[in-house]
Design a protein around this ligand. Structure first.
Ligand code: DGY
Length: 323
């Protein structure tokens, strides 16, 4: 028996994080790394003081309403917390925290990876070479689209959106347009010359559109048949935010019909499922939700979750409380 708080962790985490959790709490790890079912998650809420879920765990009202209920905090391993029914957490007196900041740079790097890859046909070129189809250099072979000096439209100019804008503006001389629910204070973005637009203006003027807004009822299918049609001919869509911000079926139509030139995707509406038509399209670069996937970042994310739990169980305000 122990009087340390009991913590259930839903997936394998980097070893330093698991060690830190085990040192501080009576921690149940998931050595097999098999996703927990809804019943198992509800069981965790019944039996543990805290649960540490990830983006793939659906922490629903049913899970959070488990009766009897012991959990007092859900410390999400991730910045996006659309996997958690925050209203239900509040209604059940359960605190929710996330891990902002820790993954800003790596997610921005990955958005740039996708942007450069689609523009320069990197995925297509690699497949071509590996298939043994490359017959040698020639002036008209696999010509892509120049990135330097083009216009980048950022949807959601929060931490990650700003980090992408900085890379694009300072590294590639790109003009930055942005669409945000509220104007971003000028002192935060003075170095970017970023211009606030309506979504329609941004879509019409951008050579690349990169999504960095959270998944909410308002942003679901923000990119749909109508808004995809507004995109500049020859432009590219990059999504490292959440899959449901884009209507994937409409995206397939826009790509197939030539409304836009290509897309770079790290997230999907029904992940890990990917709309099959996308798999056959050479003008699309597809990654398996790798935005934050570096050793350094995944450890930093875990340590943020640990810090949130530690503060909470000491009776202090958790630094990253969202509910
Ligand atoms: C995040 O933190 O939101 C990443 O997408 C991984 O969950």
């Amino acid at each position: 028996m122990t009087d340390r708080p009991r913590v259930v962790v839903t997936r394998r985490l980097p070893k330093p994080v698991e060690d830190a959790l085990s040192a501080l709490f009576d921690t149940q790890l998931n050595a097999d790394d098999v996703a927990m079912s809804a019943e198992e998650l509800a069981g965790a809420v019944r039996s543990a003081d805290a649960v540490v879920p990830t983006v793939t765990d659906k922490v629903t009202a049913e899970v959070l309403g488990a009766d009897p209920r012991r959990t007092r905090i859900v410390a999400n391993f991730g910045v996006g917390y659309n996997n958690i029914d925050v209203a239900a957490a509040k209604a059940n007196g359960i605190a929710v925290t996330n891990t902002p900041g820790a993954l800003t740079d790596c997610t921005a790097d990955l958005a740039m990876t996708l942007l450069l890859s689609v523009a320069r046909r990197a995925g297509e070129g690699e497949r071509h070479l590996r298939a043994g189809d490359w017959s040698g250099w020639r002036p008209t072979h696999m010509m892509g689209t120049k990135v330097t000096g083009k216009t980048l439209g950022i949807v959601g100019l929060g931490r990650i959106g700003q980090a992408v804008a900085r890379r694009a503006h300072h590294g590639f001389g790109m003009r930055i347009l942005y669409f945000n629910r509220t104007p971003v204070p000028q002192d935060q973005i003075a170095d970017l010359g970023a211009e606030l637009c309506t979504l329609e203006e941004l879509l019409a003027a951008s050579d690349f559109v990169s999504l960095h807004c959270p998944s909410t009822p308002e942003t679901r299918h923000l990119l749909n048949p109508d808004t995809l049609r507004m995109m500049k001919p020859g432009s590219f869509l990059i999504n490292t935010a959440r899959g449901d911000v884009v209507d994937e079926a409409a995206l397939v139509q826009a790509l197939a019909g030539g409304t836009i030139a290509g897309a770079g995707l790290d997230v999907y509406e029904g992940e890990p499922a990917v709309t099959p038509e996308l798999l056959g399209m050479d003008n699309v670069v597809l990654l398996p939700h790798l935005g934050s996937a570096t050793n350094e970042t995944r450890i930093a994310m875990g340590m943020r979750a640990v810090a949130n739990l530690e503060a909470f169980f000491k009776g202090d305000p958790p630094p990253d409380r969202v509910a």
